[in-house]
Design a binder for this molecule. Structure first.
Ligand code: PMP
Length: 297
């Protein structure tokens, strides 16, 4: 068993990594006209498979993209592909669905000349370091529902790339992206939580991706008896917080140790962050779909 990829899934075929390619006329390449997911394999299981595929199809529906297969068919194909690659641990993968080939490549989607393109690729990934990260505020804003809804996980990820680049150029690791009112939305590729006086808060999922890890953490907090609620938050709340952490399928649960160069808490992972992180890591098996299910398919 391994976490190294040998084939990429392209429209139902398993194509060797070295020769995997799609058309330069693809809508995803030309216009960022597609949707995707980012998900993880732990210990022989795909974490939150149903939730990710449902969000992928919701994103596609909101973008008027018609996937060429049902959710169940795509789930079966993903499990078969993972199994064929012998993947069973520490792996991050991205199912991508674009509007398909468009010749000539014009914005007008009526020029789409074929079915949606479906690609699944991925790479080995290791656990998130717990030493913590340095966070700043980005000058880029996240769309509200009055524009392209941030709940659509679309291929147009330039906002995230620029927020991350901006943070790194300023010597930080990541940046908080504000919404169009100046309230906290999320970070470049993760949701954000604050802890103050034992209470957990996170922004409403309005100008943010409706994070699957975020929602799982809200459930785990309830199970652990940690008061948690969604709330409009500003940078004031981050300065005042006892603990700050980011979360996501890729990020897992990542403590923040400085905010705009000010130390958060005592500059290490706080106790509530640690309890939630432990609960999250302990819940992975319970929320995972075994890859081996695909064996006889
Ligand atoms: N926000 C953004 C912009 C992201 O890219 C991600 C990662 N998918 C998240 C939040 C966290 O979402 P999830 O927990 O579903 O991975």
């Amino acid at each position: 068993m391994t976490n190294q990829l040998t084939t990429v899934y392209i429209n139902g075929e398993h194509v060797p990594v070295e020769s995997a390619s799609i058309s330069v006329f693809d809508s995803g390449f030309n216009f960022g006209d597609g949707v995707f997911e980012g998900m993880r394999v732990y210990n022989g299981r795909v974490l939150m498979l149903d939730e990710h595929i449902e969000r992928l199809y919701n994103s596609a529906a909101a973008a008027f993209i018609e996937p060429p297969m049902t959710q169940d068919e795509l789930k079966r194909d993903i499990l078969t592909w993972l199994r064929a690659n012998d993947i069973d641990h520490d792996f991050h993968f991205r199912p991508i669905i674009t509007r398909g080939i468009r010749t000539p490549p014009r914005v007008d989607p009526r020029f789409a000349s074929g079915p949606a393109t479906v690609v699944v690729l991925g790479q080995a990934i290791s656990g998130t370091p717990t030493t913590g990260i340095n966070l700043v505020v980005s000058r880029y804003r996240r769309h509200g529902p009055d524009s392209v809804d941030s709940k659509i996980k679309s291929l147009s990820y330039l906002h995230a790339v620029l927020a991350k680049l901006d943070a790194v150029r300023r010597g930080a690791d990541d940046a908080i992206v504000l919404d169009n009112r100046g309230c906290l939305a999320e970070c470049s590729a993760s949701n954000i939580f604050l802890v103050k006086n034992g209470q957990l808060t996170t922004p409403f999922a309005i100008s943010t991706l409706d994070g699957i890890t975020r929602n799982l953490l809200l459930e785990l907090a309830a199970e652990l008896g940690i008061p948690a609620r969604e709330k409009d938050l500003t940078t004031y709340d981050v300065h005042a917080a006892d603990e700050v952490f980011l979360c996501g399928s890729g990020a897992e649960l990542m403590p923040v140790i400085t905010f705009e160069t000010q130390t958060v808490g005592d500059g290490s992972m706080g106790p509530i962050t640690e309890r939630l992180r432990d609960a999250y890591l302990n819940s992975l098996d319970a929320h995972g779909t075994p890859i081996a299910i695909a064996a006889g398919v």
